[in-house]
Design a protein around this ligand. Structure first.
Ligand code: SF4
Length: 465
């Protein structure tokens, strides 16, 4: 079940490109530092952030454990109000359903609020191919749509762009103030909201016991998407559900404080179906598309807790790897620590096998995660699984290595041979560089200390009575 985007260049090349782009790194460092600091301040205002985090984790764990039951409840409630709920197995099922709905309504124009799942299924290219215009209305998403890029961050898709780069994309002078750029985008988008036939949104949470979709934004564009067009389609991952509306305040507290350091986002909308009798606002038709794409099969596996994620982006902001290379180098719509976990899980056959190695395993991501996902353990587990499925020559090499180094006799023999062989290697002062053949990858970015003329073991053996 693929993630619709496939990286254009190999991993090492993408990382090299990102690391050599100083302006990109400055933009990322500035934004992630600000987000991380705001998060700490906002959480520091709470009487007991650790207890809230534990509660958030318990709410998510309960929901994932009871997913089928909660889905049934959600479906029953939404359908009882005249809405439609569809379960989509993969990206093609989502894009196919959206195109089917659009054709049924003769729709030509769609306005979209921010939705990572729609990025995952590459909805815009599919709509364009079907001759349907789809316009992003979140400012960051609008900018990257103009740039022809994918999001660089889960909650701030254009965080890698400076103000001057954003101005250029909008056709404004580089020194245009941020407020003027926002006003310019708003003016351009306003007319398009009024012309749109369909509004598409994501959803931050699904609530089973009231049967609704919760959408959290700071720009209010989601409300234009859900109330002006005749049809509203919400596309949400199957795992985003919680059992009770009574749990929402805690989850929102965790989400908004961890994401942007806000006590609450500017707009929180609860959508529970189409416009009802006597209501003045809302769409005539409401569809909820739940995307599986490999999520359901993670239940009951050691990777189940990856489904607890509420996509706050906090782990990205503190990750020493993400902070250096940004989002695009990951090659997945989901970057950072959570992206390095879920991209290979959702798309095991895709080009994401290297991502779990993009971590220092410092644990900063786990510390920042509002639902306590042990991201570093997940990354180690994925590395282990990667080793087990490595090509046989590689496994043979490392099995031989482990055997040689697991016995004092072979280890000593290895040192003796190595001590002679290392004379053939080029040196940089005291250090060895440029190891031969397949070992060259190891020394391409680091020098190695030579094997000592007399090792500790040899000296110890000499001193023993
Ligand atoms: S893994 Fe945790 S910190 Fe990262 S996006 Fe998900 S909820 Fe936020």
């Amino acid at each position: 079940m693929p993630i619709a985007h496939e990286p254009a260049a190999p991993w090492a090349e993408r990382v090299t490109i990102a690391l050599s782009d100083i302006r990109l790194r400055e933009n990322i460092a500035r934004s992630t530092t600000r987000f991380a600091a705001q998060r700490l301040t906002a959480l520091g205002e709470l009487p007991d952030p650790a207890a809230l985090r534990a509660r958030g984790r318990a709410i998510r764990a309960d929901a994932i454990a009871r997913l089928p039951e909660l889905h049934a409840e959600l479906r029953q409630r939404i359908e009882s109000r005249g809405g439609h709920v569809h379960l989509a197995a993969d990206p093609a099922a989502v894009t196919g359903k959206v195109i089917e709905i659009a054709r049924a309504h003769g729709a030509r124009r769609i306005v979209k609020s921010k939705s990572m799942v729609s990025e995952e299924v590459a909805l815009n290219p599919a709509l364009a191919e079907a001759g349907i215009e789809s316009l992003e209305t979140d400012l960051g998403e609008y900018l990257i749509q103009l740039a022809g890029e994918m999001p660089a961050h889960i909650i701030a898709p254009a965080l890698h762009k400076s103000r001057a780069e954003s101005a250029e994309l909008l056709g404004a002078p580089a020194d245009t103030p941020a407020e003027a750029l926002t006003a310019l985008a708003r003016e351009r988008l306003r007319e398009r909201f009024l012309q749109a036939d369909i509004g598409i949104t994501g959803g931050n949470f699904l609530v089973a016991d009231t049967g609704g979709v919760v959408i959290v934004t700071n720009e209010g564009n989601d409300r234009m998407c859900t109330s002006l067009p005749r049809v509203h389609i919400a596309i949400v991952g199957v795992e985003k559900i919680i059992a009770h509306a009574a749990d929402l305040p805690d989850m929102l507290k965790l989400l908004t404080r961890s994401a942007t350091g806000q006590r609450i986002s500017v707009y929180v909308s609860l959508i529970d179906g189409p416009r009802g009798p006597g209501e003045t606002d809302g769409p005539e038709e409401f569809h909820l598309i739940l995307l599986d794409n490999g999520r359901l099969r993670l239940r009951g596996t050691p990777h189940e807790e990856a489904l607890y994620c509420i996509r706050c982006g906090a782990c990205l902001n503190v990750c020493p790897v993400y902070r250096q290379i940004g989002g695009h180098a990951y090659g997945s719509v989901y970057p950072g620590p959570i992206g390095a976990v879920i991209s290979p899980l959702l798309d095991p056959a895709g080009a994401y096998a290297m991502l779990p190695k993009a971590s220092s395993l410092c644990g900063a991501c786990w510390e920042a995660c509002p639902v306590g996902i042990h991201l570093h353990d997940q990354l180690v587990a994925l590395r282990q699984e990667g080793v087990r499925s490595a090509p046989w020559p590689q496994r043979l090499l490392f099995a031989g290595w482990a055997t040689a180094w697991g016995s004092a006799t072979t280890y000593t023999a290895f040192l003796r041979v190595g001590r002679v062989a290392q004379r053939l290697l080029p040196r940089h002062g005291e250090w060895l560089r440029a190891a031969p053949a397949i070992l060259g990858g190891w020394t391409s970015t680091r020098d190695l200390p030579p094997i000592a003329a007399r090792t500790f073991r040899e000296r110890w053996a000499e001193r023993r009575p």
